[in-house]
Design a protein around this ligand. Structure first.
Ligand SMILES: Cc1cc2nc3c(=O)[nH]c(=O)nc-3n(C[C@H](O)[C@H](O)[C@H](O)COP(=O)(O)OP(=O)(O)OC[C@H]3O[C@@H](n4cnc5c(N)ncnc54)[C@H](O)[C@@H]3O)c2cc1C
Length: 460
């Protein structure tokens, strides 16, 4: 977008008038407001705005347009890595849009555009319900839900994006809209997987499920056992029922208090996940994994509300170098390549080298599907090195890229929520769906006012 300095000036004045919390680069609050959750990413937006209401969001979007600036909505900044330069954009922080209400009878939740999953879990659990959150309580519901959303119940109930029931948006022209399958089926289709390309989400409504407990936990081995653990797990995933969702990881855990003592400072192979079945059935499902004699086995009946912390993800802003890709089925050579790049003796600095089990309801077109009806891979790979110092970060980046390259023979596109570096967004969708998303972008955002992490451009 082009902008002339007088318009920018007027627009920024208007922005200050429109929204109580606005930080321009010269303001003392700017430095504290510009950083995302992913601390290795430097964001230098033209302004940071933190509206408290949907009307304020609309006023910010209109003021930004008059100043010739784009708008980049951000809930937390977990996926700030792929965002293009923000010099000509207002970073619109949604964290003050914090409403959470539930309707236990209709099993649905309504949350504001800045709500974190941890805030939802505590509200829905007393009603005997769960939401389809992911592995981390401080991930934002909006970014997660717009880009897909795979969690510990995903193979049973599908991705969160296809469990959305309605969205309230400020459209790129500054108008407010409530969008659902009746009011605007095309835009609603795009929102279920197409990311933040179509407006600022001020509220989302989605389905909840009646689950009070699961059979969940983790199995842990020394990382020198990674080859046999990954070989058995990948084979087991090909036959596992939809009732189980799991991950298998190589972890090099720092010696810090946040890591529980049996794992602190250790290098391990870990399978964790949840089974939606009674104890007897769950034990039968897990038996082939337990046969490998894990040194730690915490699987057992647990409250569904505890799933949000099962994975032990870091909470609070974190610096990390990461890579990701989606993988098809993994033969023995694929398992070997993974362990050689990230396991014992590899020299890898990766804190986490992870495969998430896909398939089940994530591997079949969802009946209420939007732009992302299913994921075509068998596994979502994600790797990261937690690193604050530039040299450690550089090494982490090298190792993350090395793992991605080693697994490239089995790569089949991207699950965009896991992609923390810029990738061609087309790789996240089927060809037809991508084309349709571009057409919808042209309808709702012909001037390219929205700046999303994974950009779907308007059709020419
Ligand atoms: C520690 C960690 C754990 C994770 N665990 C999982 C997991 O278990 N399963 C999974 O599927 N993914 C997981 N992810 C990936 C996660 O889903 C993505 O990072 C997602 O984008 C996070 O959403 P956010 O809103 O917190 O992030 P943000 O970086 O704030 O948002 C990402 C993008 O979403 C869009 N967006 C966000 N808010 C809005 C809004 N209000 N309106 C319009 N657009 C918006 C924007 O385009 C923005 O650039 C994890 C990531 C991390 C770092």
């Amino acid at each position: 977008m082009t902008s002339n300095p007088i318009d920018v000036h007027r627009g920024l004045d208007e922005l200050r008038a429109a929204c109580a919390t606005v930080h321009l680069p010269e303001d003392p609050g700017y430095e504290g407001a510009r950083h995302p959750w992913q601390l290795t990413v430097q964001q230098w937006p033209a302004a940071v705005a933190q509206p408290r209401t949907a009307d304020e969001v609309a006023a910010v979007v209109r003021a930004a347009a008059r100043a010739g600036l784009r708008v980049a909505p951000q809930s937390t900044g977990h996926n700030a890595g792929p965002l293009e330069g923000l010099e000509d954009a207002v970073l619109l922080r949604t964290s003050s849009l914090g409403e959470v209400t539930i309707d236990p009878e209709r099993r649905r939740a309504r949350v504001g555009g800045g709500v974190l999953w941890g805030d939802v879990v505590g509200k829905v659990a007393p009603a005997g319900l769960v939401a389809l959150h992911g592995s981390s309580p401080d991930v934002g519901v909006a970014g997660f839900s717009l880009g897909g959303g795979i969690g510990w119940l995903a193979r049973r109930f599908g991705m969160q994006c296809n469990n959305l029931l309605a969205a309230e948006l400020v459209l790129p022209d500054g108008e407010r809209a409530r969008v659902d399958a009746d009011s605007d089926p095309e835009l609603f289709w795009a929102l279920r997987g197409g990311g933040g390309n179509f407006g600022v989400v001020t509220a989302l409504e989605f389905a909840l499920y009646p689950v009070t407990s699961v059979y969940g936990g983790a199995l842990v081995w020394d990382w020198r056992d990674a080859s046999r653990v990954f070989a058995r797990w990948t084979q087991w995933t090909s036959e596992a029922p939809d009732e189980v969702s799991s991950s298998c990881r190589i972890l090099q855990l720092p010696s810090i208090e946040a890591v529980p003592p049996p794992l602190r400072g250790r290098q391990v192979a870990m399978i964790d996940g949840a089974v939606l079945a009674d104890d007897e059935a769950a034990e039968k499902i897990l038996a082939p994994l337990r046969e490998l004699g894990p040194e730690i086995d915490t699987f057992g009946r647990m409250p569904a509300a505890d799933l949000v912390r099962l994975h032990g993800d870091p909470e609070g802003p974190t610096p990390a170098a990461a890579s990701a890709s989606m993988l098809g089925s993994l033969p023995a050579a694929g398992v070997d390549a993974f362990v050689e790049a990230a396991g014992a003796g590899s020299g890898s600095s990766l804190t986490v080298a992870e495969l998430r089990q896909l398939g089940g309801a994530c591997g079949r077109p969802h009946p209420d599907a939007g732009a992302l009806p299913m994921l075509h891979g068998e596994f979502a790979m994600y790797a990261c090195a937690l690193a604050a110092e530039p040299e450690a970060l550089r090494i982490g980046e090298r190792d993350a890229e090395r793992l991605e390259a080693a697994m490239s023979p089995w790569a089949c596109g991207h699950y965009l929520n896991f992609a923390e570096r810029p990738v061609d967004a087309a790789l996240g969708f089927g060809a037809e769906a991508y084309e349709r998303l571009q057409q919808i972008r042209r309808r709702v955002d012909p001037d390219g006012r929205m700046l999303a992490n994974h950009r779907v451009p308007a059709a020419a």
